[in-house]
Ligand binder design. Structure first.
Ligand code: ATP
Length: 435
C-alpha cells in the first residue's frame, strides 16, 4: 500500500487535500491522471447503467436538501456510529472496530476508554445569514434521497412506468470518526447510485438477481481480478428490517476485505417514509389499468472513490525483468483495462535532437487524439517506457528513422512488452481493435 500511495503521488493520481497546510483528514484531491482515471470509472458506470439501457433515466439532485428529507430517511435519528474516546491519549475509535473496551489499542492503557456514545455522521451547515437552528441543513450523506423525493417529478416527466430506474452520480459527505486507508474511507466522496422501481407483481426478486448479475458483469468487463472480488450475501440479521435481500460487493484490499458497493431490495420503505412525513403522494398511477401502487425498490449504491482505488490497487504490479545485456531490474506497471487507463497511447520520437522525428511523432499523436487518450512525450527511451508503464499506458508508439523511410512505427504492448511494426495508416485500426 505504501508503494501504491507513493506512486499515486509521484505520478499525479492522488494528493492529500490541502497538503501545504498539513492536510485534512478524510479529504483527498485527484491529480492530472487521477482525475481522468476517476472520470473513466464514472463514465464506465454511466455507460453501462444509463446509456446502454432504455429503462434507466439520468438524474442530478442538489447536495443540500430540505432538512426533513433526512428526518424521513432516518438519518437524523439513526445515522450514528458508536464513538469511544481514550481519556489518556485522546484518540477516537469506532466502537465496532474495537475487540474490547478494556484497553486502548493505541496507548495500551487499561480503563481509559469511555463508554460508547452515539455520533451522528452527517456534516452540518447553515443556510442563510442567521445561525439559528431554523437554518440548519446537512450535506447529503448519500445521493439516493434526491431521487426518492423526486420520484413523481421523474416518472411523470420522463413518461416512465415501473420497471424503470433512475441513476445519479454525485458527492456525498460523512463525518467519519476514523477516516483512513488512503481513499477508502473519506469524509467527502462520490457515489453512483441506481434506484430501480418495480411493480409488486412477484418479479421483484428476479429483478434483484438480474441487477446482481449485471453488476458482476461490470466488474468483470473492466478487468477487476475475480479472485479479489466477492459478493457477500447479508443475513437477515445484517440487513435493515425492511430489506428483503442484500449483497455487499467487496474487494480484497491490502488490509482485508472492504465494501465497494451495496445492492439491496429495499421494499417500499423509502417512498413510504417520504409520503408519511411530507403528506404528499409518491405512489405510481398506472393510466392503463387505473391501478395505484407504491413501487418496490432495488438499489445499487457504489462508491466511485473506492472503485477508483480498487482499479489502482488491482492494476498494480511489480516484476523483475532482465534486459538484453543480462541486467536485472524492477518494472512497476499499472495493468489498467484500456477503457479505464488515463492515457491509452503514448507517442514518442526515438531521438530528441532530430526535428524530423519530433515533427512526425507530434503529427501522429495529433492524428490519434480525437479517437484515443493519446500523449506525446520525449526524452530517454528507457525512462519514457518506465513512466508510461507506471501510469498504465497500454500502448506506446515509437517513431524512429525507419518511420521516415517507410511510414511504419513500433508499437509496444505494456503487458507483454512485445513490439509490433505497424504501418502508420493502419495504426488507428490496430489500436481501436485493442483498446
Ligand atoms: P461502510 O460500512 O464502509 O462505512 P456503508 O455500508 O456505510 O460503508 P453505504 O451506506 O452502503 O456504505 O454506501 C454505499 C457505498 O458508498 C459504499 O459501498 C462505499 O463504496 C461508498 N462509501 C460509503 N461511505 C464511504 C466513505 N466514508 N468513503 C468512501 N466511500 C464511501
Amino acid at each position: 500500500m505504501e508503494e501504491i500511495t507513493a506512486l499515486a503521488k509521484r505520478r499525479g493520481f492522488i494528493f492529500q487535500s490541502s497538503e501545504i497546510y498539513g492536510g485534512i483528514g478524510g479529504f483527498f484531491d485527484y491529480g492530472p491522471l487521477g482525475a481522468i482515471l476517476k472520470r473513466n470509472v464514472k463514465d464506465a458506470w454511466w455507460r453501462e447503467m444509463v446509456e446502454r439501457r432504455d429503462d434507466v433515466v439520468a438524474f442530478d439532485s442538489s447536495i443540500v436538501m430540505h432538512p426533513n428529507v433526512w428526518v424521513a430517511s432516518g438519518h437524523v435519528e439513526a445515522f450514528h456510529d458508536k464513538l469511544v474516546d481514550c481519556r489518556n491519549c485522546k484518540h477516537r475509535f469506532r466502537a465496532d472496530h474495537l475487540s474490547s473496551l478494556e484497553k486502548c489499542p493505541d496507548c495500551g492503557m487499561s480503563g481509559t476508554l469511555t463508554e460508547p456514545r452515539n455520533f451522528n455522521l452527517m456534516l452540518r451547515t447553515q443556510i442563510g445569514p442567521m445561525e439559528d437552528s431554523a437554518s440548519l441543513a446537512y450535506l447529503r450523506p448519500e445521493t439516493a434521497q434526491g431521487i426518492f423525493v423526486n420520484f413523481k417529478n421523474i416518472y411523470q416527466s420522463a413518461r416512465k412506468k415501473p420497471p424503470f430506474g433512475v441513476a445519479q452520480i454525485g458527492k456525498a459527505f460523512r463525518n467519519e470518526i476514523t477516516p483512513g486507508n488512503f481513499t477508502f474511507r473519506l469524509r467527502e466522496f462520490e457515489q453512483a447510485e441506481l434506484e430501480y422501481f418495480v411493480p409488486d407483481d412477484g418479479n421483484d426478486m428476479a429483478t434483484y438477481h438480474e441487477w446482481v448479475t449485471a453488476r458482476k458483469q461490470w466488474y468483470s468487463d473492466y478487468g477487476v481480478k475475480p479472485e479479489r472480488l466477492r459478493f457477500y450475501e447479508l443475513t437477515p440479521e445484517e440487513r435493515p428490517f425492511y430489506a428483503k435481500a442484500g449483497i455487499d460487493v467487496e474487494y480484497l484490499f491490502p488490509w482485508g476485505w472492504g465494501e465497494l458497493e451495496s445492492i439491496a431490495h429495499r421494499g417500499t420503505h423509502d417512498l413510504d417514509a417520504h409520503m408519511k412525513l411530507s403528506g404528499k403522494d409518491l405512489t405510481f398511477f398506472d393510466e392503463a389499468t387505473k391501478a395505484k401502487y407504491t413501487p418496490i425498490l432495488i438499489e445499487s449504491s457504489a462508491g466511485m472513490d473506492r472503485t477508483t482505488l480498487t482499479m489502482l490497487i488491482d492494476a498494480y504490479d511489480s516484476e523483475a525483468i532482465v534486459d538484453e545485456g543480462g541486467k536485472e531490474s524492477k518494472r512497476v506497471v499499472l495493468r489498467f483495462h484500456p477503457k479505464i487507463a488515463p492515457v491509452q497511447v503514448g507517442v514518442f520520437p526515438l531521438a530528441r535532437n532530430k526535428p524530423d522525428l519530433l515533427e512526425r511523432a507530434r503529427s501522429i499523436e495529433r492524428g490519434l487524439h480525437s479517437r484515443f487518450r493519446a500523449q506525446y512525450d520525449e526524452g530517454n527511451v528507457g525512462q519514457l517506457y518506465r513512466r508510461q508503464d507506471e501510469i498504465g499506458t497500454p500502448y506506446c508508439i515509437m517513431i524512429d528513422y525507419q518511420t521516415l523511410d517507410d511510414a511504419t512505427v513500433t508499437v509496444r504492448d505494456r503487458d507483454s512488452m512485445r513490439q509490433d511494426r505497424v504501418a502508420q495508416d493502419a495504426l488507428a485500426a490496430y489500436l481501436e481493435e485493442r483498446t
